[in-house]
Design a protein around this ligand. Structure first.
Ligand SMILES: [Zn+2]
Length: 260
């Protein structure tokens, strides 16, 4: 990932997506590079976070008042966004649009957040995939929705798979093992059984395999390879910080890329 710094804020960008002049995106960091010891939280519901989101939006050239966010219910529903969409999309973990100047935000702690961009059709989607979203194949749903709505060709899609809890840190129990075995048996390779009732689950790998199955070339899928739990300075992690965990944000939209 690229580390970017402007007057307002430092943040991360996917290397591949940062090259597109009509896509503006960024991933927020938990601490800023000036080491002011302040922890930046993008969660909704507190005034500090609102200031952080506004600064972040301004940094990456997004209109903060118009941010579209999902309720994020760990399911796999995708909503198509247009000028008439409400700011909060209920019962939804993925959104896509082909309309310019609509910034969309997804929040994460350990779950995988992703961007899918079609430079040919000028459409962009983002999704939130924890284990529940992954076994209900939200990444495939997002690709299908973009194909049906914007006639996207999977061959043209570029994907950024963001930071998430890594396989080694993500110990899961029988509920997840059962769900993987029954709902996504063909992606069982993303799950490693460690004993009878436990295993380690690779969220990024399970989603990457789904996206490749949709026809997206592997070379167009960028993995961040950042583990949220092991990156205390840069990312919030629910497994690490429990109830005290904040949220990091992935924001993107079809706007001129200020850094391209
Ligand atoms: Zn880890």
């Amino acid at each position: 990932m690229n580390h970017c710094q402007t007057n307002f804020f430092s943040f991360l960008q996917f290397v591949t997506l940062s090259k597109f002049s009509c896509l503006s995106h960024g991933l927020s960091l938990r601490e800023q590079t000036d080491k002011d010891q302040k922890q930046y939280d993008c969660d909704f519901g507190n005034d500090d976070a609102q200031i952080v989101r506004s600064l972040f939006c301004r940094t990456i050239n997004q209109p903060p008042h118009a941010l579209i966010r999902c309720q994020q219910t760990h399911e796999s529903n995708i909503e198509v966004i247009n000028q008439n969409s409400p700011n909060i999309i209920k019962n939804c973990d993925g959104v896509c649009t082909n309309i310019s100047n609509i910034p969309m935000i997804m929040l994460g702690a350990d779950c995988l957040l992703m961007i899918i961009y079609d430079p040919n059709k000028q459409a962009v989607g983002l999704a939130h995939a924890g284990w529940r979203g992954t076994v209900s194949q939200i990444s495939k749903n997002l690709v299908r929705t973009m194909q049906q709505t914007y006639q996207c060709n999977p061959n043209d899609l570029h994907v950024g798979l963001g930071p998430a809890i890594c396989k080694g840190c993500y110990e899961v129990g029988p509920e997840v093992i059962d769900a993987v075995n029954t709902q996504i048996p063909s992606y069982r390779s993303a799950l490693q059984i460690t004993n009878n009732n436990h295993g380690q689950f690779d969220l990024a790998m399970a989603n990457k395999l789904q996206l490749i199955d949709c026809g997206i070339p592997e070379s167009q899928i960028e993995l961040s390879n950042i583990c949220t739990k092991e990156s205390a300075e840069t990312f919030h992690s629910f497994r690490r910080d429990k109830q005290n965990s904040g949220r990091w944000a992935l924001i993107c939209g079809l706007l001129p890329n200020p850094l391209a």
